[in-house]
Write a protein that binds this ligand. Sequence first.
Ligand code: WTA
Length: 646
Amino acid sequence: MSDQTIDTLLDEERRFPPPPAFAAQANVHADVYDRPFEEFWEANGRERVSWFQPFGELCRWQPPYAQWYLGGKLNVAYNCVDRHVEAGLGDRVAYYWEGEPEGDRLTITYARLQRDVARMANVLGQLGVGKGTAVAIYMGMVPELPVAMLACARLGAPHTVVFGGFSADSLSDRMNDMGCEVLITQDEAWRRGGRVPLKRTADEAMAAAPGVRASVVVRRTGGEVPMTEGRDHWYHEVEASDDPATVPCAPMDSEDLLFLMYTSGTTAKPKGIVHTTAGYLVGVATTHWAIFDLKPESDVYWCAADIGWITGHSYIVYGPLCNAATSVLYEGTPDFPDKDRWWDIVERYGVTTLYTAPTAIRAHMKWGPEHAGRHDLSSLRLLGSVGEPINPEAWMWYHEHIGGERCPIVDTWWQTETGMVLITPLPGVTTTKPGSATKPFPGVRAAVLNEQGERVEQGGGYLVLERPWPAMTRGIYGDDERFRSTYWERFPGFYFAGDGARIDADGDFWLLGRVDDVMNVSGHRISTIEVESALVDHPKVAEAAVCGRSDATTGQAIVAYVTLKGNEGPSLEMLEELRNHVAHKIGAIAKPANIVFTPELPKTRSGKIMRRLLRDVAENRPLGDTTTLADASVVSELSQRAAEAP
Ligand code: WTA
């Protein structure tokens, strides 16, 4: 983000105090910020979650590792499903599932969810899955996806959900890293009327992941898929009881592994971010209840993310279900078959709370407000945003055209590693400003430090967290060294998030995007090195450098500078081949938007690629100091090529 944008942001003078009627009925009030940190998390630990055995010690902090709710025993699936049925809420809807093909709908009550989870757990049990067995899940947004996660949690089997848009290589890397023994997938997924061949990709991945001995395949589209005898099992063909009494909820220790979520860092290898049982559940349930002002008996809550990312884990599955909420689960995209699909869903289910990403809001802006205008959105009472900084224009559009100028907006900052939202307005309390995530959540302490590690009271710098919070990651799976060096070395004693931020005169936080080699494309984290490695993996590529440039819709877009080998000439075919190669290696989300072919990359005399300069070229900015370049003529040629690149 340029200095100019930062200044514009800080000039933002619009203020939106909470509407009095909203504030009057809100779950939390301003005094929540006065509660002592220990008391806040202790009370929420007891109130939001049911324990088989109560915890003793609240928090043990041995930097950089925290443990929470020590000595407690609980089960996440029990908390998300069974206890609600026991409390007489079996008829409450857990999910209104809306399939991508129009008219494909399912209403899933908590009682039905309990039976579905029991059945899936029994099927997994027959395949030898028990406490500690690692399970991979590679699915689209079908009801069986949360069911599979909860079934794992019921058995005490840690899972890793791999987003259905990822490639076979990405899937096998993750399964190998975690040591997965079983994979749950589906035949195909619907995507804009087309079919995504999940099982075929899973086959390719399993061929490269010898530890995976069995798969469970859910039928979704009914398309033909090859099944390997003895290894692959159709879910609907396995005989298994759906009686919850046949499969008890395993009592888990507070600090037992619940799941890994892989995310991009500054190297090519994704990190397996560790989340454990009690702290994670308390953290997501507490934030979900407070930030979304959840009224479980009357709200219809919709987080329009994909469960394949952390947002879906925390705020489609574990937080809302722990709170006995009614949610919408939607399989498709916002513009299929038409651009008003989301607004049709909001109207039909009477959605009260919508949680989405700035990139989606900007897409709707581009399509125009008339699509939302065709529907009755008066059920909405609260809006949320996550995944990247929201531009004030997008915030205002969301406020006017979706929120009808009456709904508070919560701009929530957090990460895969933090597990739960850390910086956010509280809708009945906070006066919001378009573009600011405002204040740390109660029980969370954030700060901005300068280059020297000194605290900045007002102004810009690096965002850090000052003390542990319940849902914080317990590390990178199998890589203590990388965990310490990535998050804890830059500012000793602080968790360094990798984001830039500013604090204004009111103490409000303005998030400014990543300060490292991680790009944020449509709210998805992609490392520049990951894309470079995929490009260099192509037999015709000699060298590649990748950076992000600003994009009006996706936030950032990927630009690749590529040097081809020997006498390979650049061509449009080559360009498509390389883009597809990246999609094949990582997934379609990592496809470069532009590829600039260049006979040489700008390098320093010591041979380091000058990335800052490449970013300037990509952004069409005046080029800074080029005196350290080994060959200055490379740059003028590069700028010209970039200007001409398709
Ligand atoms: C960015 C997604 C500004 C940030 C939950 C962070 C945001 C990264 C916001 C984490 C926000 C997320 N304002 N930036 N409200 N929310 N980010 O792990 O750069 O996929 O570090 O988690 O997204 O992305 P991740």
